[in-house]
Design a protein around this ligand. Structure first.
Ligand code: SF4
Ligand code: SF4
Length: 441
């Protein structure tokens, strides 16, 4: 009987661990659908980028108030994991506040620090809920951005409410614990920590209740807090909040080339060089493959990781000139559609096995021609993204497919292509007329 809580805890931990691991393996497998691309050069620059952008949240500080609130949630989330470690050990070993003895007087200081963080998380989450639902920040509104209707809005709210409840359970647990310590009840008497900096304000409300009820409150809060964290960890793998983890590899493997440098197709570059006599034609021509991307398998693994790392913040969309001028394009929606496509592939795998392929494709079924043709290639979305995502890279590859594989460019573009081919400039004048403008009549 004595071991029942430990056994139950072990079952809960193993179940959560199983489902989280299964989900991570599936996401990894989906990202691996993408084409290979080497992003391991310049490790020191990459590490610096990751520390500045993911760990230091550098780009977030373009909007300081939001950045500070986001930092509070982020630090709270990261640092409070130390407290979760104690809860897990207590759950497995049947102990109570296992770190108290080894840490001694440092322990209450640490818990006080966690409580301040917990309060910071609660305040930040409340402010974010107000921004989303009452003051209605424009870039997060479904009435203005079609991709922000339904689930994305719910997802944002669910996670904020979830975090408030988890932190409140932590404070409630500590408050009940300190009252029970004061009353010298059972094993609580053996872990004398005194009351803590934030939860002490809940103590007067708890004092009115009998010890049996407070033991129930303490245990219920403890279980709720840890089971909630397990559910949260699993939920995150289905949510845009996966960026909590993926922001780190995503910034590390981000593109180090100057913005505006477009990736050439080596086979096309070689063809041009052969035409210009800069290179000899190889004896056996290289296999060309598909030009551009029609579906996610034609994108790179980094494009696919970008899709899972997108926070749906909409900073890219609010800076996009195409979107601002009312075109159908939203770079955030490009990332969300890529992720939707990956999620649908996963569903197909789960229902029909890993060999399953449906009839759909990213271009056409998830992203329209109208969207990709509206892009001006200005790179504003790439510049704005706090986690170094490039919606432009996906747009360019989809567009390359439409133009090069299907010859479906708008008429005005075809005229420009023709001019480039024949006049080596986008205009309809031949090269020998190029300096006519300087002639005096
Ligand atoms: S590169 Fe394209 S998608 Fe990105 S901001 Fe510019 S126009 Fe919008
Ligand atoms: S691509 Fe970047 S800027 Fe755009 S919504 Fe996603 S995370 Fe935000």
């Amino acid at each position: 009987m004595h071991y029942i809580p430990q056994v139950l805890f072990l079952i809960a931990l193993a179940t959560a661990g199983y489902f989280i691991a299964r989900r991570i393996i599936l996401i990894k497998k989906t990202i691996q659908l993408g084409k290979a691309e080497d992003r391991t050069d310049n490790p020191s620059i990459r590490l610096k980028n990751m520390l500045l952008l993911a760990f230091g949240q550098k780009k977030m500080f373009a909007r300081p108030i939001v950045a500070v609130l986001h930092l509070a949630i982020y630090l709270g989330f990261i640092i409070i994991n130390l407290e979760v470690l104690e809860i897990v050990l207590d759950g497995l070993l049947g102990t109570h506040r296992i770190f108290l003895k080894p840490l001694g007087s440092l322990y209450p200081i640490l818990i006080n620090f966690f409580e301040i963080l917990a309060l910071g998380v609660i305040v930040a989450c409340v402010v974010f809920l107000i921004r989303r639902n009452i003051t209605k920040v424009e870039r997060l509104q479904g009435s203005r951005h079609s991709e922000m209707k339904g689930w994305p809005v719910k997802d944002g709210n669910i996670i904020l409410v979830f975090e408030i409840i988890l932190m409140a359970a932590f404070l409630k647990m500590n408050a009940a614990d300190s009252v029970l310590q004061g009353r010298n009840v059972g094993h609580f008497a053996e872990s004398q920590t005194g009351s803590f900096i934030i939860s002490q304000f809940l103590v007067p409300a708890m004092d009115a209740f009998p010890s049996s009820f407070l033991i129930f409150v303490e245990r219920a809060s403890w279980w709720f807090h840890i089971i909630g964290i397990m559910c949260f960890a699993l939920y995150v793998t289905y949510s845009k909040h996966l960026h909590i983890a993926l922001a780190f590899p995503n910034t590390y493997f981000s593109d180090l080339n100057p913005k505006g440098k477009m990736s050439n197709m080596p086979t096309v570059s070689q063809e041009v060089k052969i035409m210009l006599g800069l290179e000899q034609a190889p004896e056996t021509p290289a296999e060309v493959g598909r030009f551009g991307a029609k579906d996610v398998e034609d994108l790179t693994w980094k494009n696919l990781m970008d899709a899972y790392s997108c926070t749906e913040c909409g900073r890219c969309t609010s800076a996009c000139p195409a979107n601002i001028t009312g075109k159908a394009l939203s770079p955030r929606k490009i990332m969300m559609s890529t992720r939707d496509r990956l999620e649908d592939i996963q569903k197909g795998w789960l229902n029909n096995g890993y060999e399953y392929k449906d009839e759909k494709s990213l271009l056409g079924d998830y992203i329209t021609d109208e969207e990709i043709l509206a892009c001006t290639s200005c790179n504003a979305c790439v510049q704005e993204c706090p986690v170094m995502i490039s919606p432009l890279d996906i747009i360019l590859q989809l567009r390359r497919y439409r133009v090069m594989e299907e010859s479906q460019a708008p008429q005005s573009w075809n005229m420009m292509f023709q001019n480039l081919e024949t006049n080596m400039a986008p205009w309809k004048f031949s090269p020998d007329q190029r300096f006519d403008w300087a002639k005096e009549d």
